[in-house]
Design a protein around this ligand. Sequence first.
Ligand code: NAP
Length: 482
Amino acid sequence: MLGTDKNAIRRLYLSGQWVEPEDPLPVVNPASGKVIAEVGTLGRPAVAKAIADASDAWPAWRRLPGRERGAYLSKIADVLQRRAEEIARIITLENGKPLAQSRGELSMAVDHLRWFAGEAQRAYGRVVPNQVEGKRHLVIRSPVGVVGAITPWNFPLVLAVRKVAPALAAGCPVMLKPASATPLSAVMLTEAVDEAGLPAAVFQLVVGQSADIGAEMLENPLCRKITFTGSTEVGRQLIRGAAENVTKLSLELGGHAPVLVFDDADLDKAVEGTLVAKFRNTGQSCVAANRVYVQRSIAERFIPALVDATRRLKVGGGLDDGVDIGPVIDEEALKTALERIEDAARRGARVLCGGRRWPGGEGYFLEPTLLGDVPEEAICMHEETFAPVMPVCVFDDEDEGIHKANATRYGLAAYAFTRDLSRTWRLAESLEAGSIGINDAVPATSQCPFGGLKQSGWGRELGTEGLDAFLETKHIILGVET
Ligand code: NAP
């Protein structure tokens, strides 16, 4: 248990056993800057062994009926649900997010597991009518093989589940490599997998130097697929590394979501939705609103209301009551956010509220910040700002709003507030984003596909599409006499 027995969380789970590797990695609580735990790390040879063991475990796992693989996922979900409060606190301790949001993350992880427990039974192929007498055609789908899953720190539990659950459901063994900043949630998931009794080496936890682990996953021919969530920069490195073995990749990368607030919007809902779109997870979400564009005719009402609402957000440690904004992940992230604010101000932006390190805590806290009159050249207008910093600008008409919203190399999420149905449809067709929230600020749900256009990634997670990343399609041709 965290805090009472450090050794209990130093362990890693390899080939169905808990082992205690060397070189413990310290885990820091971003709300205090203090080390709260240590987790063991692996070198490259141990990762190679994990891949070999996973490959040996593959034939038996893929042969299991989907219903049985799904039953294992349901058991993992049951364990997470039973330990929900304990795990939510661990998410908050290592990541910093407010406890209520950690509980939400835990619930969503459980929901994903239950969704894929069902999807495991639905990896359908099809029968295709023949064109020529004496032939029959089947399309079947088979698991791709051993999967390496690399995940970020911002949603340390749910983003791991978003990969592990469909990989297992599809019949693939999976090795989870969590972010070094937040390995504890992955250890909790691993404990749930262990309790659910999965066969040895079907799931393994690998923590260590990301470049070494990534290189082994890319270069080892037994590792057939890498599914990655993280920055576009690291995604690009993986694409380059995948060239040699033509390793299959799914990539969930960075975002730079716009919010368009039209003059026909319900203003109260638009303020509330914009706050959620930006400040959920302390602004450290791939789908976070990074640019707000408000129609000029309502700017004088909308912007002051947004400033008031932002000022009311409560900053503090995630375990404290009623906190809306926790710390950012580390000192470096705080420094980058402050530099972005300074850059915008130097180019003529006005700091409407916030703008400084929050003085109330020892960790990496930033006051929730709104910037007005931000010029397009400011860094925060074209680079993802992973912090509670929100630039607010104006636009005149729909075409200009859409043009500004799409003026980015990213395409993960976009939001708009409007009550006009025809405009809603025009936005759905023209905004370049994988998820488009109209009068809604929380885009992900188990039942619908999630992923990015442009430099926000390749492929989709969740929904009925969620298994696709882990399945190969085969055409079977039968010569028959009829
Ligand atoms: P990151 O620096 O790209 O790291 C993500 C993961 O990749 C971590 O586990 C990291 O390990 C690992 N990694 C780093 N370099 C690697 C390499 N050379 N080879 C293999 N693995 C490597 O991203 P982050 O800072 O953790 O997360 C924030 C980013 O993720 C943002 O850009 C955000 O938008 C994006 N994100 C996207 C989605 C989505 O669904 N599209 C969701 C959430 C976050 P270490 O921690 O050990 O370095």
